[in-house]
Design a protein around this ligand. Structure first.
Ligand code: F6R
Length: 605
């Protein structure tokens, strides 16, 4: 969602801010802005609706400075407009604030403290910046103290703030609560960002910030205070990632690059999580915690939830441990009755999803152990869970998740194999994970190498349809849900994933002449049944497309998948559906990587 950047101590502030905002574009946004100050009385506030390219057009050659803040806004309070874009500014043009998150009591703050203040936006952020100003002026507080006092008045909020004071223009003030924000440490300059990716061209050394801390940053100093005002010492952590990894190279969109990267992600996971002899390398502590559990609860949102559905089958097959999968936003407020010894697995590409974090906070309060499987080192869900396994997928920039989904499933498979084997489960002992990951890697490669056939399918059957349905049974149904989500989120085709047995209980009424129905068929037990269900839709005018494992394929099938163990088929069957969504979006002329209304990292509930 919203992205925050800041810098102090560099004559290149405007460029650093704009480059940083560009790197944060993937998070999703609808307007953007910067404020820069040159320390000698000149300052500039520029905001624009639309893309960073639109903002750049508004920035004249005179705009310069050495300290500044920038923001990409994903509208929550108030429409998309220049007035509502950040930075928000106090009425006397003294304080400039960018903000990620939501202030729950902003209406009360407005009426209790600011009834005499003229507001120029509909945002909760403006309430906070006007409040800071009011406290500074009326209580004669400096920027730091006014900021701290304002923070104490915010209720039940998740936020990341970055503040500048025109009267102290080389200083950045930072605070966060349940929202990602990092300080990057430079030589003679310092930066602030919502995601290290935004500042990798400036530094690789970052300081993690904790909820409730207030940080004062100058070009050559960083002061961290805890919520009681005590100074905090903290070591930096090094982000070992090449800034070029975040470029899309010759690819037209990140999504295609990320789909193509999946074979290498599978190989990387085998390298990181398997020994030379092919045995899983998972810490004994994690395995012994999981072995004590009588039930596994997998929690996630969107695509991560879908990866959890596949995980259920892996854990139940290879470890015989009953496994439940839950949507985080539902679990958080309608918690199921838990077993006596639950173990929680959080799936989250970003590690920042507010819905999932809400569950983790409750899990921690109840004293249960948990594991986060995430792509982002040091992310909130990683820090707050008992254990972390990293996806090692490399940065995923496109809003539509692809390689993180397959990496999540691969790690679930490795973990289930390790757990089952440590419990002498014969199915797990026989499951050759190294061989399977190898087959998956070459299998995905074969599918992406034949992408032009899928592009043709997209052109023939998906550009003019308003509906499409994926159908399948068991694991194929789980993949159908993910396939449908991919198609709808980037191509805006109304797509659904159905359990194929359910069609005749209601949903078959939706089939019209020419409606594409894609059957996923990888499970021997149910292959015949799904084929019959496809025939039923065809008899009612549907345009049938099949995605089938080689051993179950028949003449006339559209996409034939190389053979892997039945448990691993989601890793292959999902790939054509990713490509189908990609090419449909591409040929409809849409912005594949940044679909409307969506954000990459969903940091509000
Ligand atoms: C869809 C997609 C989302 C995310 C969801 C959870 O392509 O990416 O559905 O999966 O917002 O995000 P994470 O995995 O970061 O918790």
């Amino acid at each position: 969602m919203c992205g925050i950047v800041g810098v102090t101590g560099s004559d290149n502030a405007v460029k650093i801010l704009l480059d940083g905002l560009q790197k944060l574009e993937y998070r999703g946004y609808d307007s953007a802005g910067i404020y820069v100050n040159d320390q000698s009385g000149e300052d500039y506030l520029v905001k624009e609706k639309g893309r960073i390219a639109d903002l750049k057009r508004e920035i004249g050659p005179d705009v310069h400075g050495s300290t500044g803040i920038g923001h990409t806004r994903w509208a929550t309070h108030g429409v998309v407009s220049v007035d509502n874009a950040h930075p928000q500014v106090s009425k006397d043009n003294r304080f400039y604030l960018v903000h990620n998150g939501v202030i729950d009591n902003f209406q009360e703050l407005k009426s209790d403290y600011l009834s005499d203040v003229p507001f120029t936006s509909q945002t909760d952020t403006e309430v906070v910046v006007q409040l800071i100003d009011k406290l500074a002026v009326e209580e004669n507080l400096n920027a730091h103290d006014a900021f701290v006092k304002a923070l104490t008045l915010l209720k039940g909020s998740s936020y990341g703030f970055l503040l500048m004071d025109r009267e102290d223009p080389d200083t950045l003030y930072v605070a966060k609560n349940k929202s990602p924000l990092l300080v990057g440490v430079g030589d003679g300059f310092n930066v602030v960002c919502s995601d290290a990716l935004a500042m990798l061209r400036e530094t690789h050394d970052f300081l993690e910030l904790m909820d409730g801390e207030v940080v004062t940053i100058k070009p050559d100093s960083i002061k961290i205070e805890d919520k009681d005002g005590n100074l905090v010492e903290r070591d930096t952590f090094h982000v070992d990632m090449n800034a070029d990894e975040t470029d899309k190279g010759t690819y037209p969109f990140y999504m295609l690059k990320e789909i193509d990267e999946q074979p290498n992600v599978m190989r990387k996971l085998a390298q990181v999580y398997l020994s030379e002899t092919g045995e899983p390398v998972i810490s004994d502590k994690l395995l012994s915690s999981m072995k004590q559990a009588d039930r596994i609860y997998i929690v996630g949102a969107g695509t991560s939830y879908h990866a959890g559905l596949v995980g259920k089958r892996l854990f139940e097959n290879l470890t015989q441990t009953p496994t439940e999968v839950h949507i985080s936003s539902e679990f958080a407020y309608e918690q199921p009755i838990l077993s006596k010894k639950p173990f929680f697995i959080f799936l989250s590409q970003s590690g920042e999803t507010a819905d999932s974090r809400e569950v983790l906070v409750n899990v921690n309060a109840a004293g249960y152990e948990s594991l986060t499987i995430t792509n982002v080192q040091n992310s909130t869900l990683s820090r707050e869970a008992t254990y972390t396994l990293l996806l090692h997928a490399g940065p995923e920039i496109a809003v539509a998740s692809t390689k993180a989904y397959t990496a999540q499933i691969a790690i679930e498979a490795i973990l289930a194999k390790a757990l089952g084997e440590s419990d002498n489960q014969i199915v797990a002992q026989r499951f050759d994970i190294r061989q399977q990951l190898g087959l998956v890697a070459t299998g995905i490669q074969a599918i992406v190498d034949a992408k032009s056939e899928i592009e043709q399918l997209a052109k023939d059957d998906f550009l003019n349809t308003s509906n499409a349905f994926y159908i399948g049974r068991s694991l194929d149904w789980s993949v159908s849900l993910e396939a449908a989500l991919k198609l709808k989120e980037i191509s805006y085709v109304q797509a659904e994933g159905f359990a194929s047995g359910e069609l005749k209980h209601g949903t078959i009424a939706l089939i019209e002449e020419g409606t594409p129905v894609i059957g996923i068929i990888t499970q021997a037990k149910t292959a015949g049944l799904t084929r019959s269900n496809l025939q039923e839709t065809m008899a009612r005018g549907a345009k049938i497309i099949t995605i089938v494992s080689e051993n179950l394929a028949k003449n006339g099938d559209n996409i034939v998948l190389p053979e892997v163990d039945e448990l691993m088929t989601p890793l292959l069957s999902v790939v054509p559906t990713q490509l189908l969504a990609y090419y449909t979006s591409l040929h409809k002329g849409l912005d594949v990587d940044k679909p409307r209304n969506l954000a990459k990292s969903v940091t509000v509930e």
